[in-house]
Design a protein around this ligand. Structure first.
Ligand SMILES: NC(=O)c1ccc[n+]([C@@H]2O[C@H](COP(=O)([O-])OP(=O)(O)OC[C@H]3O[C@@H](n4cnc5c(N)ncnc54)[C@H](O)[C@@H]3O)[C@@H](O)[C@H]2O)c1
Length: 272
């Protein structure tokens, strides 16, 4: 089991929210950091916090496979090892299945799902060649396990991250590789995710609803602590709010019993 008390952590979406908290938790545990984000100015602030010896920062759009591959080369050239890969970058979009443009559908899925895939494809082969214990943490969402109306592209992408992570875990198990996998399904965490969201004209109330939910959520710091604790304990499924499993149980129960599921909004707002 990995303890994450040294070595190198790679974090995408590192300039804000959960990603920034993952960087700080990794640093607190003595790890060096490779931090990637599309937001250069917040990334510069992060670099100032740790200094260049400890922290490599790179402006990376995770939906650009060539750039992700280049970032991986930069990280290996600089540190020669990767012990932890956190594919965390993600964006939220609210809008109906038909009201959201195909272009926006594609962008959200390319960032949230292909971004994780590109991270895995760029970093895993050299991690395997190195042959040392390492771990991959992919950030999905509670939206990776239950669907919400007007969050189609986000939900599709997050179900995809869950499916990709399970597939990857099984492939690594079959190879008896020393690389672990976790998938994080956070509930509400107080970050900028809903403020940074896009919405079609008819769905702006959804991002407001989400913002009020996440604003009351757990701190990103606590979320990052939970992620590290549970990954260190070897857990694949990481839930920040295990009570959300009641929604998953109800979904599964409905598969046995109900002709079709009926959406019931979660009480008291929600993070996705
Ligand atoms: N906050 C919550 O309640 C919550 C709940 C469930 C899942 N999540 C997931 O957690 C992850 C982190 O989100 P957060 O809540 O910290 O939000 P956030 O908006 O505060 O941070 C997301 C970061 O990702 C970066 N990013 C966006 N697009 C990118 C791209 N193309 N390439 C590289 N970086 C990019 C942003 O610049 C930002 O720094 C996301 O995957 C999100 O879906 C968050």
């Amino acid at each position: 089991m990995m303890q994450f008390d040294g070595g190198v952590a790679v974090v995408t979406g590192a300039a804000s929210g959960i990603g920034r908290a993952l960087v700080r938790e990794a640093a607190r545990r003595g790890m060096s950091i490779a931090a990637a984000d599309i937001d250069a100015s917040h990334l510069a602030t992060l670099a100032g916090e740790f200094g260049p010896d400890r922290c490599l920062t790179a402006t990376v759009d995770v939906s650009n496979e060539d750039r992700v591959n280049q970032f991986a080369d930069e990280v290996w050239a600089r540190f020669g090892r990767v012990d932890l890969l956190c594919n965390n970058a993600g964006v939220l979009h609210a809008g109906g299945v038909c009201e959201t443009s195909s272009e926006r559908w594609r962008q959200v899925v390319e960032i949230n799902l292909f971004g994780v895939l590109y991270g895995v494809r760029a970093f895993l082969p050299p991690m395997l060649r190195r042959g040392m214990a390492a771990h991959i943490i992919n950030t999905a969402s509670s939206a990776g396990l239950t669907a919400t109306p007007l969050l189609g592209p986000y939900t599709v992408s997050k179900y995809g991250v869950v499916a990709l992570s399970e597939t990857l875990l099984f492939e690594l198990q079959a190879m008896q590789a020393p690389i672990g996998v976790s998938v994080v399904c956070p509930g509400a965490v107080a970050t900028q995710v809903a403020r940074n969201a896009s919405a079609t004209p008819g769905a702006t109330q959804v991002t407001e609803w989400l913002h009020s939910g996440v604003a009351q959520g757990m701190t990103a710091t606590r979320c990052a602590e939970i992620i590290f604790e549970q990954a260190a304990a070897g857990r694949f499924w990481i839930f920040t709010h295990p009570e959300m499993l009641a929604e998953v149980d109800a979904r599964t129960q409905g598969m046995h019993e109900a002709p079709a599921p009926i959406y019931v909004p979660p009480a008291g707002g929600s993070g996705r």
